[in-house]
Design a binder for this molecule. Structure first.
Ligand code: PLP
Length: 284
């Protein structure tokens, strides 16, 4: 690949981009990130991603080298330099380089890197077919509301799912689904309620989750924020996941049990169309 990436103030060919071996993002996963989707060359809900970035930074007493206007300008510059019309921009803020020590350094220069990923988001094969998930124990740390780069738990569980012949895993804790490895989990009950787990430190507060809730309620659909079990999900009319890169993607099988007739359901399809139309109209 021949991308231009952003590293601490410079736009460089990806092969020339370097960070220190002492960067705490590398040594401790002492870093937070955001992934903003891109449609028609525009950013989807960038203010939402900035707000969550600040929440993550605040929880870790981290600061960013650029203010919000600078971050936005940097995103736009990356879109331009890479001629990206559909895909995502990944941005990561780290505490920067310091001699290795568990305590945060008294002073370190925060680091900022970002890059683009081209990807067909609208014409996605998984959206057409739906995905199969398996349940796994939630082995992650207890502050999943902070979007850190500490992603080995989700990565391991994604591999467990792949090896089991599934597409992804849903985490279960104390009998209830928390979320997917890199997405929020939803079900649609037989009487039409759209259910997703309530916000807490147990899950990432998805930007797509918030948007889907708003658009669904505005369209007259009933949304319930509460925990649900795998058994309830297996008996649900439909299920789906949300994330910046998956948008709304149907789930057609859970732990080997097909949902409904095993094909993406009509409410999920409608929600996906609604989400894409609203995101396109609001992207900036
Ligand atoms: N939950 C987890 C664990 C995630 O990693 C992600 C996205 O990366 C999400 C939920 C969805 O968040 P968003 O809709 O902001 O992409």
């Amino acid at each position: 690949m021949n991308r231009i990436v952003y590293v601490n103030g410079d736009y460089l060919p990806e092969a020339d981009a370097k960070i220190s071996v002492f960067d705490r993002g590398f040594l401790f996963a002492d870093a937070v990130y955001e992934v903003t989707s891109v449609l028609d060359g525009r950013l989807v809900d960038f203010p939402g991603h900035l707000a969550r970035l600040h929440r993550s930074l605040g929880a870790l007493e981290l600061t960013t080298p650029l203010d919000d206007a600078g971050l936005e300008e940097m995103h736009r510059e990356l879109l331009k330099r890479n001629r990206l019309t559909e895909g995502a921009v990944y941005m990561q803020v780290t505490r920067g380089a310091a001699d290795r020590d568990f305590a945060y350094p008294a002073s370190s220069e925060p680091g900022l890197v970002a890059f683009t990923q081209a990807k067909a988001l609208i014409e996605s094969p998984t959206a057409a077919k739906g995905i199969r998930v398996i349940s796994v124990q939630d082995i992650r740390w207890a502050r999943r509301d902070i979007k850190t780069t500490q992603l080995l738990g989700p990565s391991m569980c994604k591999m467990i799912a792949k090896k089991a012949g599934a597409d992804d895993a849903w985490f279960v804790e104390e009998g209830f689904v928390t979320e997917g490895t890199s997405n929020n989990a939803w079900i649609i009950t037989a009487d039409g309620a759209i259910v997703t787990r309530n916000l807490s430190a147990a899950i990432l507060h998805g930007i797509t989750r918030a948007a889907v809730m708003t658009y669904a309620e505005a369209a007259g659909m009933r949304v319930e924020e509460r925990p649900f079990t795998i058994a309830e999900a297996q008996g649900a009319a439909e299920a789906f996941i949300t994330s910046a890169s998956a948008f709304v993607t149907p789930v057609v099988e859970i732990d080997g049990v097909p949902l409904g007739d095993g094909a993406p359901g009509p409410v999920t399809k409608r929600l996906r169309e609604l989400y894409i139309a609203e995101s396109r109209a609001r992207a900036s």
